[in-house]
Design a protein around this ligand. Sequence first.
Ligand code: GLC
Ligand code: MG
Length: 531
Amino acid sequence: MKEKEYLWWQKDIIYQVYPRSFMDSDGDGIGDLNGIISKLDYLKDLGIKGVWISPIFPSPMADFGYDVSDYTGIHSMFGTMQDFDLLTKEIHNRNMKLILDLVPNHSSNEHQWFRESRRSKDDPKRDWYIWKDPAPDGGPPNNWLSVFGGSAWEYDEQTGQYYYHAFLKEQPDLNWRNPEVQKAIFDAMRFWLKKGVDGFRVDVMWHMIKDEKLRDNPPNPDYNEKMNSYSRHIPAYSTDQDEVHDIVRKMRKVVDEFDDRLLIGEIYLPISKLVRYYGEDNQGAHLPFNFQLLELPWEAKKIEAAINDYEGALPDEGWPNWVLGNHDKSRVATRVGKEQARIAAMLLLTLRGTPTIYYGDELGMEDVNIPENKIKDPQALNEPGVGKSRDPERTPMQWDDTRNAGFTTGEPWLPLMENYQELNVTEQWEKKGSMLHFQRRLINLRNGEPALHIGDHIPVYTENNLLSYMRKYKDRKYLMVLNLSDSEENFKPDFNWRGKVRIATQPEMEGEELGGELQVKGNLGLVIELD
Ligand code: GLC
Ligand code: MG
């Protein structure tokens, strides 16, 4: 029988760069493409393969680049098209891959398409966006709410109609039922693919098609006043419509016009709905992002159940993936605590499926408290009090202990964490016992060990706050024993085993031979190679 072949995005690790905050080369306090280029050796040495960069396109920055005003350009703040071409070349020279963010659900209100669309009701671009007459009382056409607060409909004086925006009013939704819109975005994808881009992470994929009749969304029975206003409704008609799968399939076709490219979808949905995005016969997204580790309480049994649910729900040949952090969610070290952040990294890097690491999480960066008057995130500014600010997880990368952690010679766009003196790349790289050293070794082990990157997942034993599982490829077997709490737990498997600790959160245990039942100290995590 022929050996099954695995693709780069199945075996290897993806790393998310938030470009504003990664590395600033020109002293304007905002990260840029030349900054990223200067840190590619770091990513290479860390053991990363896929570099996903959040939007770098021209944009008025109402939502920090997720409001695109030109789908085939580079924002001058980040650099030029030449810089971009150099970045692509330098990434490929290091045998790494480049993944861009594609934001097809909405454009900026300053995009030429929208400027034309809003001019008149019979403009050829009118139908490129979602325009509707007011309700009989003059109010919005239906009850849909914006994710960022308030109605999702904005009234436009000039033509007397409302347009729909799932996010900010500066982010009008494109009408994906219109074939011209489809073609325009597919052509933009081809533009980047021809330049050698290796794939896309597609923003809010599950939002792309809305109910044709624009029916009202039903109320959410679990809503309470502490939640943001969007949670008042269940977005049954404004998101995850059946027809979205045709669009995803078409996007995949575009990607498949080129060799070995990757299509990732950003999708916040329960597992049963999420896995539909793999598409029929796996002709949808290669990797519908799996955000369970971002959303679940940090409890062994819940996580174990989610892993098993997910493994069970995956279509044949559908490849799993796991995400532990991104630019929209509180950092993992803040969510679960510093000690448990190591366990979380162990989990991410030993579960079956492609891991995505959010920049800085490899150092254990935490959310940074941003004073009220320095808040930049529109999600928080729009709904003061309830709108969660995403600034805390977007602060500059901590490279060294010099001023501004070596991120910029200017004024950083967001304040840095005070702990950067100790918590930085230079300090931690070689330092035994540091988070970076720990993660670097985990990554290294994973990359070199088929059982860990392509092996099967086998649930083993989960009780109280202890989570354990095995990974197996041919005769290579690994056992992971993770204590998700700070108190001692017992590992009592119903089978015999012996093995050697390869990586431990307590490094003095590495190399130890273990077997049978174990008393597992609080915050202890073990990666054990079985005999
Ligand atoms: C996605 C992005 C988020 C952005 C939103 C609107 O969820 O990750 O940062 O605000 O889409 O584009
Ligand atoms: Mg800059």
